[in-house]
Write a protein that binds this ligand. Sequence first.
Ligand code: NAD
Ligand code: TYD
Length: 356
Amino acid sequence: MNILVTGGCGFIGGNFVRLLLGTDRDFRLVNLDKLTYAGNLANVADLADDPRYRFVKGDICDAELINRIFSEEKIDHVVHFAAESHVDRSIDGPAAFIETNIIGTFTLLEAARAAWLGEGRDATGKRFLHVSTDEVYGSLGETGYFTETTPYDPRSPYSASKASSDHLVSAYHHTYGLPTLMTNCSNNYGPYHFPEKLIPLIITNALKGKDLPVYGDGSNVRDWLYVVDHCRAILRVLDQGKVGDTYNVGGNSEKKNLEVVETICDLLDEVAPPLADGMPRRSLIRFVKDRPGHDKRYAIDASKLRSELGWEPEVTFQEGIRRTIEWYLANTAWTDAILNGSYQEYYRSMYSERLK
Ligand code: NAD
Ligand code: TYD
């Protein structure tokens, strides 16, 4: 079994590579990653000596490279994580999202089609798993859940580019018979999360006594899932999912953003050294300018994945957020390397815009 993982140096992809290499399965794993600002070899550095593992630095839009990997490595399974993933960046500069999320996915689909469905080829046992987001379904009001049949209604350049890639994946299945699978998951959190996203940003800022920016009034709702539970779901779908099907993934853990931020503040007050001024960390909260087109609420109905494939989340939000905070406390070298690098300037200018 030869598996191509794209984006395996990012947050979820890295956790997935770790989960897979942690099993005693017999396979070869090729991790293809461009190492954008969000990609970090340190996320998988301790796994690099595993004889089952190979890293290739490259772009999923590079058709020649992808075709070469398919033929050299005789790829059986693709697990496609690589993407531009941050909504705020997609608002400031959508081009990279169109390029990677749409053209990159198209390039991978074409390579899989040529390798698996070309003249004299055999697609038996092959699988192309596309990792997507619940944001493609748009925004919910006070009630209701996203199911696999909720109509697509993306609102940000990020979610529109992911929706476009989802449609391409579905089209390749229906038109060419490519053996595809798709997962649409809610917001993840956990170790190795790049500190521009809400939870790691709040943890790293709160540790340093910096402002904690809450967009709008903090009442927007996200449905949080511990990243390892997401990775377990992806592996379950890869192993047992029905080709052509989509599975929603979520942990039934809806929280208002302000509640998430306050929870982190209170936990850090408990386990981390106090702030220099002795104030509780909630005093760092700043309500700042809202995100344009800010989706109000996401909530996933994952009953198909539960009933058909027997997946259940194992980590509650209370447990997961504790584990995440412990990880960030134990890995300040990982965060400092990011926070002291080129990201610092990006954050400063982004934050000053939010204060206007
Ligand atoms: P991330 O931004 O942390 O990582 C993305 C990775 O892809 C990085 O390693 C980056 O270097 C790589 N990459 C980017 N462009 C590339 C290109 N052109 N070629 C090769 N590699 C490239 O993202 P993440 O949060 O780990 O998300 C992974 C996937 O899961 C994405 O497809 C995202 O849409 C989806 N998803 C994320 C969440 C979430 O909460 N983070 C939830 C549901 C679905
Ligand atoms: P984010 O982690 O960017 O994920 P997404 O936008 O894909 O859901 O944001 C999660 C929520 O937190 C979202 O409602 C926006 C909000 N948010 C803040 O209030 N402050 C911040 O500094 C960030 C990054 C996000």
